[in-house]
Every structure is written in C-alpha cells, then in structure tokens.
Design a binder for this molecule. Sequence first.
Ligand SMILES: Cc1cc2nc3c(=O)[nH]c(=O)nc-3n(C[C@H](O)[C@H](O)[C@H](O)COP(=O)(O)O)c2cc1C
Length: 347
Amino acid sequence: MMTTSALSEPVALAGMSLSSQFVMAPMTRSQSPGGTPTPRTAAYYRRRAENGVGLIITEGVLIDHPSAGHETDVPRMREAAWRLVTDEVHAAGGRIAAQLWHLGSQREPVDGVRAWTPSAVPEAGRPGTHAMSGRDFPVLLDAYARAARAAVRAGFDAVEIHAAHGYLLDEFLWPFTNRRADRFGADRAAFPAEVIRAVRAEIPASMPLIVRFSQFKERDYAARIAETPAELGAILVSFAAAGADVLHASQRRFWEPAFDGSPLNLAGWAKRLTGLPSITVGSVGLTRDFVGSSRMTELLDRRRRGEYDLIALGRVLLGNPAWVRLAGEGRLDEINDYRKADEDRYW
Ligand SMILES: Cc1cc2nc3c(=O)[nH]c(=O)nc-3n(C[C@H](O)[C@H](O)[C@H](O)COP(=O)(O)O)c2cc1C
C-alpha cells in the first residue's frame, strides 16, 4: 500500500519549495461575478492546498483588455480579491500561481468586440476576427505586464502564461492560424516570447515564470505546433531565452509519446530540449482504480527517472479535492470516479 510520504514529499521547483510534486491544473470555473473572485473561490483553492496539492495554478485570469474574453464571471486580475485567495492558500501551506489568459479567436463578439487573432483565418461556424496590426502588439504587451504586476501585489508565488489549447498566444505558434507575412509570422514564437519578456520584466527575478503550451487545440485535437523535436526545441528555447523558468506541457494523456521513435511525453521533450524543469498533465486519476494501477506506477516512475518534475491534476481534483492525501493513504473507497457533472459543480 502506498503511504502518504510516497506522494507528499516536499520538492523544489525553480527556487520555490512545495509540499508535494502535485499541481492543481488551471481550470476555468466561471464563478467570479463581474470578474471578481469571491471568498468561495478562496475556500475552493484552500481546500486543495490543505489536502496535499503543492502548487495551485488558478483558472485562466483574463488580462485587462476588451479583446481578452467575453464572459463576465471569468476572473480578472482584481488585486484585493486575489489577495484573499493567496492568503488562504498560504495559510494552508500551499503555493499558488496566477494563469494569465487571452482567448484570441475563441472570444465571442457578444458585446460587439471582435476577437483578436494573428491572422483573420475563416473557421467554419466562427465569426470573423480582427488580425492584429502593428499598433495592437504594444497594447497587449502592456496588458500582460499590468496583469503580472498586479499578480505580484496580490501575493501570488508564480505566474503562468497560457500559451496552449488554441487561444491567442498558441494561435501565433500554430501554422494554421498564423499566416502573417511579418516577423511574427517568420518566427511564430516571437510574440509569445515578447509576452514572456514583458511579464519577466515585471516580476521579481526569483519568482518562477511558467509557460503552458500544447500541441492539441480544443477545437482540433490532432493539431500540432511542431512536427519534430527540433521544431519544438526552437520554440521552447526562445521561451527560455525570454525568461521562462518552467514549462507546463499540456497533453490529454500523460503516457502518450510526443513524437515517433521515443517514449518521452511532451513534458519530457520540453525538459530535454531546454534543460528547464517541466510539469506533465493528462488523465491522471480519472477512476478510483487508477491508484495502485500500473499507470500510476508509470506516472511516478517517469518522474523519478527525471522525465518531468511535477504532475498536474485537473478533473480528478474537481470531484476529489483530497485526492492526493487519500491516494497517498490508500483510502481508495473514499475516492470518486470522475464524472462530467463535476465540471459544473463548484465547492
Ligand atoms: C472544466 C475545465 C476547465 C479548464 N480550464 C482551463 C484553463 O482555464 N486554462 C488551461 O490552461 N487549461 C484548462 N483546462 C485544462 C486542464 O488544465 C487540464 O489540462 C485538463 O483537464 C487535462 O488534465 P486532466 O486529465 O487531469 O483533467 C480545463 C479543463 C477543465 C476540465
């Protein structure tokens, strides 16, 4: 039987000490009326920190620009409200990173504001978008910088830039959505790297800057930003040069190889190509019998061998806030299988 200590040993990540190797993956909850997190938000995150999660990454927090997002109950970087959240997480011995988000083409024009994208690529069933012009770039860089500054003031331990899943920064990385003829098209990593640089300049040198990226898009699971490790390396090395300290490689199933010819997953390649620590994620613990299974052994073994540094948990933590603790203590009968309905519940 696994013991608590097997799952909850303290670890260090980019100079930050964490109570365990487990991360809460960023998950949009849409529970912040008018963009302001509430005391319930604080209690929700605190509960995960109290139960063995070493690092919480918040749901996507919209940067302060009208094009960033349309939903009014998705949080924005409201300092005082987030201070309550960070205080609660810290009181429980946890650490917390703010995820900074711009939806790119996925912003709905419900209030007449068109989505901002690298190129105005028509997509079936989607409204037309605004291809960013030269003067738009400094505007968004400033919005990212202000969000980073506010995150520091709100007491966050780290910042994560969302450059995954087919939202704005990922749309620069993805050849399908980036058809630009200028330098942001010639080097698809250029704008995301500028965002990283802008955020890095606003946060203390000792504060970890995490960048989340993916091959897949929510609207196209087969999409890729890089066909080869060399192509991925070019992107990630420029992220590292711009000031990224940690790479969070989003994939849907952690055990799947990122490229033919090697069992390494995406987080494994990120670490190998850059030397930076990495976070893996993808379908951990979705059923009770995951705990103690060969998949679980594989998850921990890959980490022990140095393929990645931390393990992010998404959906399992919605229905099982105490999964890390219960799994470590072998209390399987108290663990629930993941149900889709958990995504709409909030506690
Ligand atoms: C309800 C829900 C909301 C999500 N919101 C975000 C988000 O705001 N930012 C992000 O980077 N990923 C988001 N994701 C993706 C998760 O962070 C995670 O990568 C994904 O759920 C896979 O991990 P899992 O298999 O452990 O759930 C979301 C996932 C879910 C289920």
